[in-house]
Write a protein that binds this ligand. Structure first.
Ligand SMILES: Cc1cc2nc3c(=O)[nH]c(=O)nc-3n(C[C@H](O)[C@H](O)[C@H](O)COP(=O)(O)OP(=O)(O)OC[C@H]3O[C@@H](n4cnc5c(N)ncnc54)[C@H](O)[C@@H]3O)c2cc1C
Length: 506
C-alpha cells in the first residue's frame, strides 16, 4: 500500500481504546481516519493472547456501567458496538470479593447499591451509618461530574478532587476492617495515599452499578470498532511505529514512521503517553515549561501477571473476582518490599469458552515496580520484535510466579493441583507492548494534593495536535471512552456529541 500519496483528515497515533473511540466517532462524522499502531494487534491494553486453546486478556478483566441505563452502555450504543458485544453479567451477590490472609470471612461487593449495602451490613452490623454515608457520598460525587452522566459542564464537587480517598474512608469509620474492605479493590486504580476521592468514586461506582465480563476477550471491543472505522472508509495500519510528529510554523503537517514513510493529515490525535508525544514533537510552539511539567509527572506502578490454564473440571467458575491482602493495610501495597512479594493479588476468571461450570483459565495480577526488572531494561520483546531476554529473567519470573501461587494457596488450597500450565508477564512486557518507559498500568498518577498538576488537556499548543487516552482524565474502559469524547468534542463540540449519544439511545 502506498500511504505516502494518501491524504487523511485525521491521523491517530496508537490504537489503544482512546484512539479507537476517537477513530470511530470521527469516521462516523465523515472524516477520513488513519490509525497507526506499532504492534501486530490493535487495542493497546485491550490486546489478548491465546495459549492452548484459551484466550487471555492482558489489560481488561471486567467493565463497569454496561446496564442499559448506564453511561458506557449509551456511548457504546452510539458507537455501534453495544448491539454486537458479547458480555456476561457477573454475580450480583458478589462480583468482587475482598479477602485477608488472617481472616476467614469473605467480603463480597454486591451489585446495585441495595445489594452492596445489605451484604456489607451483614458483615458490619454496627456500621450502618458509615455504610449509608459511603453509598450516598459515592452517588453524590458521581452525580456531580457531568460527563460521567453524559451531560455538559464542569465538575461541581471540588471536595472529591482535593480530598484523598484514604483520608475520606478513615474519617468515615474507625473500623479498620471496614476501611480496608471499602478500599479493597484499589488495584483498579493503583490506590495510594495520594489518590483523590473522585477517582475511587467514579471507578467503584461504575462496577457497583453493573459489572460485566467480555466473552472471548476484551479485544472484541476494539475489533468491533475497527470494523466500523473500515466501513466508514478509514484505515488501520499495524506494525507501523510513529517516529516523529512534524510541525511547521506551529502546525502539525505529517507523521514520520520508523520505516521512513510520511503521512499527512489535517488533524493529529496522539493516543500515546503525553510525555512520549512531546518527545516525538520537536517544536518551539510547545514551551519547555510544559514539556518539563509533563515529563516530571509520576506514573502509576506496573504489574506482574500470572496466566493460569486450568485442568478441565477442577475449579468451579464463580463469576467473581477475588482481591487478596496479606495484611490489614491496603494502601501500602504499592510500596511493598521485594522480599515480601506478593503483598496482594487480584484473581480474575476468564469466562469459560467451552462450558460454563468450570473455569478454564484465570489471570492473577499483583503489583510490581519497574525497578525489579531494571536489570533487563535493555532487552525487548514483542511479537513484532525479537526476544533477547535471558535464562536469568525466566528464572526470576518463575520465582515470582511460585511466590504468587503460594499466596493463592492460603485461600485456594487446591489451586496447584488444578493447574495445567502457566505463563507470566512482567513490567517489561507492558513497557514493550504499550510503548511506555516503565510499563505503568494506568498512566499518570492523580494526586489530590495538587489536582490541577495532573489534569491534562486534550488540546496542545499545536492547534491541530490533540491528546487522548488514559492519561487525560481517568483510566479504564469507561474513563478512556469518556476522555475520547472530550478529545472529539474539540472538533465536534460536546453538546453535539451528547445529542448524538442521546439520539442513538432514544
Ligand atoms: C494489567 C491491566 C489491567 C487492567 N484491567 C482493567 C479492567 O479490568 N477494566 C478496565 O476498565 N480497565 C482496565 N485496565 C485499564 C485499561 O485497560 C486502560 O486504561 C486502557 O485500555 C488504556 O487505553 P489507552 O487508550 O490509554 O491506550 P493504551 O492501551 O495505552 O494504548 C496505546 C497504544 O499506542 C501504541 N503506540 C505506542 N507508541 C506508539 C508509536 N510510537 N507508534 C504507533 N503506536 C504506538 C501502543 O502500541 C498501544 O497500542 C487495565 C490495565 C492494565 C494495564
Amino acid at each position: 500500500m502506498n500511504i505516502a500519496n494518501k491524504k487523511y483528515d485525521v491521523v491517530i497515533i496508537g490504537s489503544g481504546l482512546g484512539g479507537m473511540v476517537c477513530g470511530t466517532i470521527l469516521s462516523k462524522e465523515g472524516k477520513r481516519v488513519c490509525i497507526i499502531e506499532k504492534n501486530e494487534q490493535i487495542g493497546g491494553s485491550l490486546q489478548t493472547f491465546r495459549r492452548e486453546g484459551v484466550t487471555f486478556d492482558t489489560g481488561v478483566h471486567y467493565i463497569g456501567g454496561l446496564d442499559k441505563e448506564n453511561s458506557l452502555y449509551k456511548i457504546f450504543t452510539y458507537l455501534g458496538i453495544m448491539q454486537r458485544l458479547e458480555t456476561v453479567k457477573m454475580d450480583e451477590q458478589g462480583f468482587d470479593v475482598v479477602l485477608f490472609k488472617d481472616d476467614v470471612e469473605e467480603y463480597p461487593y454486591g451489585m446495585g447499591y441495595e445489594n452492596f449495602k445489605r451484604i456489607l451490613l451483614s458483615k458490619f452490623q454496627e456500621e450502618q451509618t458509615a455504610i449509608e454515608t459511603y453509598c450516598n457520598d459515592m452517588k453524590r460525587i458521581c452525580n456531580s461530574v457531568p460527563l460521567y452522566n453524559l451531560k455538559a459542564g464542569e465538575p461541581q464537587d471540588m471536595f472529591s478532587f482535593t480530598t484523598g480517598v484514604k483520608q475520606y474512608i478513615e474519617q468515615l469509620t474507625a473500623n479498620t476492617k471496614l476501611q480496608n474492605v471499602l478500599a479493597g479493590t484499589n488495584l483498579l486504580y493503583a490506590g495510594t495515599e495520594k489518590t483523590p476521592l473522585y477517582v475511587h468514586a467514579l471507578v467503584v461506582n461504575s462496577y457497583i452499578e453493573s459489572a460485566y465480563k467480555i466473552k472471548n476477550g476484551g479485544d472484541q471491543i476494539v475489533k468491533l470498532m475497527a470494523r466500523i472505522i473500515k466501513e466508514n472508509g478509514g484505515e488501520i495500519l499495524r506494525k507501523r511505529k510513529v517516529k516523529s510528529i512534524d510541525v511547521e510554523n506551529g502546525i502539525a503537517k505529517c507523521v514520520t514512521l520508523c520505516s521512513g514513510e510520511k503521512i499527512d493529515a489535517e488533524l493529529f490525535i496522539s493516543n500515546i503517553h503525553p510525555a512520549r508525544t512531546l518527545e516525538l514533537t520537536d517544536t518551539e510552539a510547545i514551551r519547555p515549561v510544559y514539556r518539563n511539567r509533563i515529563k516530571s509527572l509520576e506514573n502509576s506502578i506496573s504489574t506482574f501477571v500470572l496466566y493460569l490454564i486450568l485442568k478441565p473440571n477442577t475449579f468451579p467458575f464463580r463469576n467473581r473476582n477475588y482481591y487478596y491482602f496479606k495484611d490489614d493495610n491496603v494502601w501500602s501495597c504499592v510500596d511493598y518490599k521485594p522480599e515480601d512479594f506478593p503483598v496482594m493479588y487480584a484473581m480474575f476468571e476468564e469466562v469459560p469458552e467451552h462450558q460454563n461450570k468450570f473455569t478454564e483459565a484465570m489471570t492473577v495480577m499483583t503489583y510490581m515496580r519497574f525497578d525489579e526488572v531494571e536489570k533487563w531494561k535493555d532487552t525487548f520483546h514483542t511479537t513484532v520484535e525479537e526476544n533477547n531476554r535471558n535464562e536469568e529473567y525466566q528464572e526470576f519470573k518463575t520465582q515470582k510466579a511460585e511466590a504468587l501461587l503460594d499466596a493463592m494457596e492460603v485461600k485456594f488450597p487446591n489451586i496447584r493441583s488444578c493447574i495445567q500450565s502457566y505463563y507470566t508477564s512482567s513490567p517489561l512486557s507492558y513497557r514493550d507492548y504499550m510503548g511506555t518507559d516503565d510499563g505503568n498500568m494506568y498512566g499518570i498518577v492523580n494526586d489530590f494534593n495538587d489536582p490541577m498538576k495532573t489534569m491534562i488537556s486534550a488540546k496542545t499548543k499545536v492547534p491541530n495536535l490533540l491528546l487522548t487516552g488514559q492519561n487525560l482524565n481517568l483510566h479504564g474502559v469507561l474513563g478512556v471512552t469518556e476522555s475520547a469524547l472530550v478529545t472529539c468534542s474539540v472538533v465536534l463540540g460536546m453538546e453535539y456529541l451528547l445529542n448524538k449519544i442521546s439520539e442513538a439511545n432514544a
